[in-house]
Ligand binder design. Structure first.
Ligand SMILES: [Zn+2]
Length: 442
């Protein structure tokens, strides 16, 4: 049931003590081993010994992608966030931010061990363990996700089939009978389509769980994938910076491994914490067990994702670590007439159950100016299962209901004609995303 029962079920008060111990050690480590922090502490006359609790982290800088860029080549002459000797660096990684230029991360072997432990806890909380065989469709490369999951499998006696992508021959499923797959909502749907084409029924193939890695999705999309594959779909959130959070069997939020990662939720100006239950910017700090080392130390790292702390109480699964709402990317949030909406809102509209009789779930969207002054138009191309059979009126009604569910202001703008939604219904494979060259079609 647990990977590390003592830690995972630790009482809140004990957990808080452990976290503060690790905050103190990690800040000391930052001063001793990270050129960036050492300089920052001196420049701002901060005595690292004064940073003792989670509130004190408010006195340290927020590390954005921009700060990382400025403290590594080519802007700087060295990697100032690297916090370990070169001979202790096991692997080097790059992640591309929205700006396109990569951020470098250094991992020691101990970092890998801790990353893997976080995923191992998530897998166990989702019911995976010895005897399970899991196809990893996430890519193995400069990101750490797929490799970390593979290492995690070793910790819990699970078998990994490292496909790296979701375009794999069906024999992989038929011959090896995997009990789980790691991928994305759309990859699972495309794979199901491929399975159905061979006159097989996805829900009869013996899968017991699907794990979505690193993307937010609407509950409606989850329910549909669960129906198609006949098993639970669990969300996880992982990043090269070291967060690995996952939904447990309860599927009511993602547990944050609080002994390894400290998570704060900030207001949009990144000045103060917001309360539990309130949406804000997710800011993370690495927590090092006393005596351990890390390759790239980040305190107060701005993920540019938003989330909500759902609970710090004991979960029905027995775990005490806090639960958060699936993080949403700010880069996937758009503004129309002063109202934010996210890719997830669009998917909530598309994946209304009745719509799935007519559309595949694949879509592409764009925002543009309307004909009248100030009018904003959201255009969406939807892929139909069969164009001639598609009941556009029903799909549109369902879409609007799902899309506006949490957007009363935008709905008012819609009824007043200031916000317009144009749905275009296209046949199979007619979306631009399938036509543009070079885009992976798995
Ligand atoms: Zn739980």
């Amino acid at each position: 049931m647990f990977f590390d029962e003592e830690i995972e079920t630790m009482k809140r008060a004990d957990l808080d003590v452990l976290v503060e111990d690790r905050i103190r050690y990690t800040v000391k480590y930052a001063n001793d081993c990270s050129p960036f922090y050492r300089k920052w502490f001196r420049k701002h006359n901060v005595d690292p010994r004064d940073i003792r609790s989670h509130e004190d982290l408010l006195n340290l800088p927020i590390i954005s992608g921009e700060v990382i860029h400025k403290n590594q080549p080519p802007v700087s002459d060295d990697f100032y966030l690297k916090s370990v000797d070169w001979n202790q660096v096991f692997t080097i990684h790059e992640t591309s931010g929205t700006s396109g230029s990569p951020k470098t991360f250094f991992l020691t072997w101990d970092d890998w061990e801790r990353y893997a432990e976080k995923y191992a806890r998530a897998f166990v909380s989702q019911g995976f363990g010895k005897g399970d065989r899991v196809v990893v469709c996430a890519s193995y490369g400069m990101n750490v996700g797929a490799n970390t999951m593979t290492l995690a499998a070793n910790k819990i006696g699970m078998t990994i089939i490292p496909e790296g992508r979701c375009v794999f021959p069906l024999r992989v499923i038929l011959n090896y009978r995997p009990t789980g797959m790691v991928g994305s909502v759309f990859k699972f749907l495309r794979l199901a389509k491929k399975v159905s084409k061979e006159n097989l029924v996805p829900s009869e193939l013996g899968l017991k769980g699907l794990v979505v890695g690193g993307e937010s999705f609407a509950e409606e999309a989850r329910l549909y994938v669960e129906e198609v594959w006949g098993c639970n779909v669990y969300n996880t959130y992982g990043s090269t910076e070291g967060t690995m959070c996952g939904e447990c069997s309860e599927i009511s939020g993602l547990h944050v491994p609080e002994d390894f990662v400290h998570l704060d939720v900030y207001d949009p100006n990144l000045e103060s914490f917001v309360g539990d239950g309130e949406c804000g910017r997710m800011v993370l700090s690495t927590l090092l067990p006393v005596g351990e080392k890390t390759g790239t130390l980040l305190l107060n790292y701005d993920t540019e994702d938003t989330t909500v702390i759902l609970s710090r109480g004991k979960c029905a699964c027995g775990r005490s670590h806090l639960k958060i709402h699936s993080p949403q990317r700010e880069a996937e949030t758009f503004w129309g007439l002063g109202s934010p909406f996210n890719r997830v809102d669009v998917e909530r509209g598309v994946f209304q159950r009745e719509n799935m009789e007519y559309v595949t779930g694949e879509y592409e969207g764009f925002l543009k100016d309307g004909n009248s002054e100030g009018q904003v138009v959201l255009g969406l191309n939807l892929e139909c299962i069969e164009e001639t059979y598609c009941d556009m009126r029903i799909v549109e009604e369902n879409f609007l209901r799902g899309f506006f569910k949490f957007k009363p202001k935008l709905e008012k703008d819609y009824s007043e004609g200031k916000f317009k939604i144009e749905l275009n219904f296209l046949g199979l494979k007619e979306l631009e995303i399938f036509k543009s060259r070079g885009r992976p079609k798995d």
